[in-house]
Design a protein around this ligand. Sequence first.
Ligand SMILES: [Zn+2]
Length: 660
Amino acid sequence: MQNPEEKIKRLRQQLAEHNYRYYVLDDPEISDAEYDRLMRELISLEAAYPQWITPDSPTQRVGGQASDAFEPLPHSIAMLSLDNALEESEFLEFDERTRRLLGRETVDYFCEPKLDGLAVELIYENGRFIAGSTRGDGLVGENISQNLRTIKTIPLSLFQPIPRLEVRGEVLLSKQAFEKLNRQRQAEDEPLFANPRNAAAGSLRQLDPQITASRPLEIFCYGAGQVIGLDYDSHQQLLQAFKKLGLRINPLVRPCSGVAEVIRYHREMSERRDQLPYEIDGIVVKVNRLADQERLGAKTKSPRWAIAYKFPAQQETTQILDIIVQVGRTGVLTPVAVMRPVKIGGVEVSRATLHNQDEIDRKDIRLGDWVLVQRAGDVIPEVVKSIASRRDGTEKKFTLPETCPECGSHTVRPEGEAAQRCINLACPAQLRERIRHFSSKKAMDIDGLGEKLIEQLVEKKLVKDVSDLYFLQEKDLAALERIAEKSAKNLLQAIAASRRRPLDRVLFGLGLRFVGEHLSRVLVNHYGSLDKLARASEEELLNIHEIGPQVARSVVDFFSTAENLRILERLQKGGVTMQWQPGTDTRLAGKSFCFTGSLQKYSREQAEALVIQKGGRAVSSISTKTDYLVAGETAGSKLAKAQTLGVKVITEAEFEQLVR
Ligand SMILES: [Zn+2]
């Protein structure tokens, strides 16, 4: 075994290198989770061998390092970092220690989402913004005043001339802005940012403030450094005072009394995480009362009165063992990385999409590469980037095959498209995917029609298109392997039940390109039957709000294909709903609704379905013709737009009044 001193040295060196890449180059090459693991390993080794702790060990610093590009700006009160709790048990330990030190049964906490951006300090003197900096190493930051001035949510003067106020907050970039920025960079052949946080950091630490100004950065304020002339007894009061001064506070912050409430808050935020317009990676729990905070004090690196209670990581590092090619329902060839299994957010991941050849080339991903993999919410895991420094020369470049791996047909790549396709309509892979989509939860919801079964139905030619499902007999299924009589009966029942699905789901299930759940509802709502929709011209379709040229083209193409018309006819014969039966309830007739932010009681789909059911229209973008904008929590840019356009904004409760 390696001797511990050597190991400590090596860990320090690794951590220093990753630190540099992360903070100075804004280009990390390991996941945060892996970084945390290295750090924890070092901490535990140093705890066992304290004689080898040196002042320059990364464990002895608050993290970060000022870059030479900016003037140093010392913090009058150190900007500490927070200890992390990765598991509930670690948070419980924190609570127990806090209660013991305060000698109290329950502690009043204040909880906030842990924003995944860049921590900054803003200095106001007599109510005027005079300077601002990054955290840097906690003692000295970088003076980025000019760049901070370009952020519209940072007030340049406060509503009251407080003698001195040092405000701490997080600067971030929304997920949407991040994606847009990366698309631009891709078009200009510039390296991509790995995540919104790196994009925010990169944008904020620009030498040219004009570039910073062009990026829609925003801030949420959550703490104070030195304060002169402002009285407050608790963290909650501080934030209320901030609000009155014109500083932006995150709307999801909330006081929580005792552990149970904190754990509930953690769970709630974790569930809402994917719907939020910006990235969060946990919650921050602070002891609310100022007197308690002072009693608890701080350690060298972090305060004892606060902790970051993190969500499971969403990015991990692993190795690509193979690259396989999958054929989708429209014939698109998708390269998929088969990887050394790795746990991400508690789920084992061994496959991740590589999207298409362009993405592989752009990210320079090779067979055998070590890569950063991301799994966020329900989204298919994807390879974020390759780690070139870990190559040993055995890695191989990958190119999609010229022929379909399923049926051997020649593949084409239409001009202007990233996707390479198999154009053989009888390709079994495409058929399998079409059946899978048709029977999926959000379409016809046919329970029990699993992958293996679909494979056999296609292989035995029992199902040559989706309409064949409605003509299946028990004796057909009996011929299949591994299907018990009972499950065959259940499947036939599930298929029978799916005949009554509403028309919009039938249309969605047919899988027209660019026609998702929402547009399926829009089209069905407009035409009332697939017969009428089938006769619609491109011009006519374009007159419908929300239908663009791509969708119109796709609809006309679909219904002008003889094979598709035959399938529709067979579906009708098979007893599938072909008419839209609007409810007799018409109280929302003629009214259009747009939604923003997350609602408490409904998902976006449920709310839209409710509107349509009552005879109204659900639209996804706002215009002067929109009657109502229903604003949930953390409403996005639509809210501002509605206000500008004079569209009536209502709350979820008011919406309920209308539909009830
Ligand atoms: Zn094929």
